[in-house]
Design a protein around this ligand. Sequence first.
Ligand code: FAD
Length: 394
Amino acid sequence: MGSMPRVAVVGGSLGGLTAALLLRDLGCEVSVYERSTSELEARGAGIAVLEATWRYPVECLGVPASTFSSQTRWVRFVNRDGSTAHESEHPYYLSSWNAVYRVLLNGFGRDNYHLSAEVVEFQDEGDQVRIVLADGRTDCVDLLVFADGISSTARRRLLPEVKAEYAGYIAWRGVIPEAELTAETYGELFDTLSYQVMPNSHILVYPIPGYDGEVEPGKRLMNIVWYRNASAEELEALLLDSNGEKRYVSVPPGLVNSQAVEEMREAARAQLAPQLCEVVENIPEPFIQVVYDINVPQMAFGRVCIIGDAAFAARPHAAAGTAKAAEDGWILAREIAAADGNVLEALANWEPKQLRMGSELIARTSEIGYRSQVANTFEPGDPSLIFGLYGPGN
Ligand SMILES: Cc1cc2nc3c(=O)[nH]c(=O)nc-3n(C[C@H](O)[C@H](O)[C@H](O)COP(=O)(O)OP(=O)(O)OC[C@H]3O[C@@H](n4cnc5c(N)ncnc54)[C@H](O)[C@@H]3O)c2cc1C
């Protein structure tokens, strides 16, 4: 067997950690460089967890998905009056960024996981890549994996022509403890992924683990994702945070300006089914994520590659963002093993598959978004809405 490459992974979120774990399991020496100064910032709130995301914890760490996810049995579309428009049995694992992060980071350990480590420069020197951190530290590796998310430094540097395209809408997000809901609303929502389809809009509501990872019904959080259109001018106003600072990708909990929150709550009272309205209206710190499409023509550049949202960022309608990031890592590890540690050969075999997966996901999710937010041809119970990375339910 050839010697395994030394690897640096930039970005220690779900995509970066999964890749780092898999490459380390192959025998690579792996360091993770993460810009955040501390662990466990509450980020992104709820995520539906598909196979590629739970696979490492379950198969390699022996941590059952039910210990870091809430489970729902039903998918229910509700009408404005709260009655059921369509219901089917379809189980999901639903979790939070924090809960999955905790499992992966515990698996990787802290020795080679560097916080406050922002990578600001890199240079491919042919047989090695050199990276430079903001504090001046450097490292030289055989393979550099950028998992640095939607605002990726590497993407901007390697593919300056690629721009994030605003999809025309944002997602309102937020959580409230289930225990604070009325018994009636809790009863309607606790075992269900609930949807309401409205003209040029739709909302999803589902339970996720509690702040400390609690998965028992009654101790969890109820999470919302409400897609609402915003013109360029409206977007500008939404992204001005309560400190007067202009944001681009998201406005974090507690920092959305009060006028925007008030308008959103008013719209909830006017448009949402009573049980969904109760959740939305009472969320103490709703926050905003902007929906973008990012399409890249290339993911491998010599000894450097980009994975997850650093490469393609797809609209969230397939709930496949973290699964795509993890899958990029699974296939990368498989190709490094197949090439016996030869980085250039492995990346050449890896890239075409990941480009196809990313562009197909973008095409599928932008079609779903178009039908919901523009064409109004989104039907309750539409099978194409079942979450999946490679296709609905897949
Ligand atoms: C409204 C909405 C709903 C979503 N719902 C779901 C869902 O249900 N299921 C799902 O799977 N996905 C969902 N997603 C998508 C998901 O959040 C992303 O696809 C996923 O987080 C991407 O993971 P990543 O590891 O590629 O990047 P990220 O999670 O963005 O992580 C990037 C990391 O890189 C670090 N970093 C950045 N630059 C540097 C640098 N220069 N040096 C060092 N570190 C750096 C950052 O601090 C961060 O930790 C949703 C997204 C949105 C907007």
